[in-house]
Design a binder for this molecule. Structure first.
Ligand code: PMP
Length: 354
């Protein structure tokens, strides 16, 4: 039985994408060769990379707007340093909304002054800071759009003339945003886009070329752009599956269509959390993530029963991260409303037992 996969990442991908991906590992589109044994310089793979890059810009509404999409390696963690390497000349601002922001801050400090313009560390990152000042002499302001571990999500981005850089690892392609507000944003594939192994980086070309330091080729966005995201051997399987997932999303109606489904899933679980005294939400209500719902059980005597019921129903991956505890239900694009319904039914059964 296929489980209901609430894993935080790597996570559920559309079943039809996995089917097609596994077929391509055996033979790509009837060419008598596997996807993973052909040259990345072959026409077949060059077409895949081109399609992946153009689908990304199309879905994000950035085609013809001076942006480039790259599929790089090293995870979002490499982007923590690469963004700073390419963009930080003097001073950058960071909004600290949790573990991943802190890691980004640590890397950026290797390259220049880093000001923490706001932080929600005082309440174990259960909210998104608001109303903070943004110095206008920053090279950029770095944000984390969705905090995977704490289950908070930025709903309104700061209005500023300072260039915005954003880690969108855990909510890319999940909701409509004006992506042209950002100079650079990046996302590890392994949530809404594909398997681990590649990272989508979207760059406004005019934002580059403003630092004076020398940048090693592999860490230089301009080099990757000039080589059409093929400066070295790309992670062919991860790029292919990402391309399939983006095509799946496009066929579904794009980000607008999935956003509607994501809202339904989030409303379903959060209304249960709010109505059911056995559970308590972790994140501040107005900052709740539509991707990762974090909650605890208020009646510890019911924990074993709840865990057992979830196991019986084939629910996978809802244990909270150790820095929050409790539970985390990750509801990425490919998770169905039905799966959330199965979890919510078990939660409501707990109330009757309590
Ligand atoms: N940023 C966020 C918001 C994440 O959720 C993660 C991974 N869970 C990362 C960065 C790190 O990504 P990677 O493992 O691809 O380096």
């Amino acid at each position: 039985m296929k489980k209901h996969n609430f894993s935080a990442g790597p996570c559920i991908l559309p079943q039809e994408v996995m089917q097609k991906a596994s077929e391509a590992v055996l033979e790509l589109d009837g060419i008598g060769l596997s996807l993973i044994e052909i040259s990345h310089r072959s026409k077949e793979f060059v077409d895949i990379m081109e399609k992946a890059r153009s689908l990304a810009l199309e879905l994000l509404g950035l085609e013809g707007k001076g942006y480039q999409a790259l599929f790089l390696q090293g995870g979002a963690s490499t982007q923590f340093l690469m963004a700073a390497y390419n963009m930080l000349e003097n001073k950058a601002g960071y909004v600290n909304t949790g573990t991943w922001s802190l890691k980004a801050i640590k890397e950026a400090r290797l390259f220049g002054d880093v000001v923490e313009v706001a932080s929600s560390q005082d309440h174990n990152f259960n909210y998104i800071p608001r109303g903070y000042g943004i110095p206008n002499d920053l090279d950029y302001l770095h944000l984390t759009s969705n905090n995977t571990i704490f289950g908070t999500q930025i709903k309104e981005f700061p209005k500023t003339d300072v260039p915005l850089v954003c880690d969108m690892s855990s909510d890319i392609f999940s909701r409509q945003l004006d992506f042209s507000k950002f100079d650079i944003f990046y996302a590890g594939a392994q949530k809404n886009m594909g398997p681990a192994g590649t990272t989508l980086v979207v760059i406004r070309e005019e934002a580059l070329g403003k630092v004076t330091r020398k940048i090693p080729s592999m860490l230089d966005y301009s080099v990757h752009i000039s080589k059409d995201s093929m400066f070295n051997t790309p992670p062919v399987f991860a790029v292919y599956v990402s391309m399939l997932t983006m095509q799946w999303l496009k066929d579904l109606g794009g980000i607008a269509a999935i956003e509607e489904i994501n809202e339904k899933k989030a409303n379903l679980i959060y209304s249960e959390i709010d109505l059911n005294p056995v559970f308590s939400g972790f994140a501040a209500k107005k900052d709740r993530s539509n991707m990762n719902a974090t909650f605890t059980i208020t009646d510890e005597t019911l924990k074993d029963i709840f865990d057992e019921k979830c196991k019986e129903a084939g629910i996978n991956g809802i244990n909270g991260h150790r820095s929050v505890g409790g539970y985390r239900a990750s509801m990425y694009n490919a998770l169905s409303l039905e799966s959330v319904g199965v979890l919510v039914d078990i939660m409501s059964e707990m109330e009757k037992k309590g």
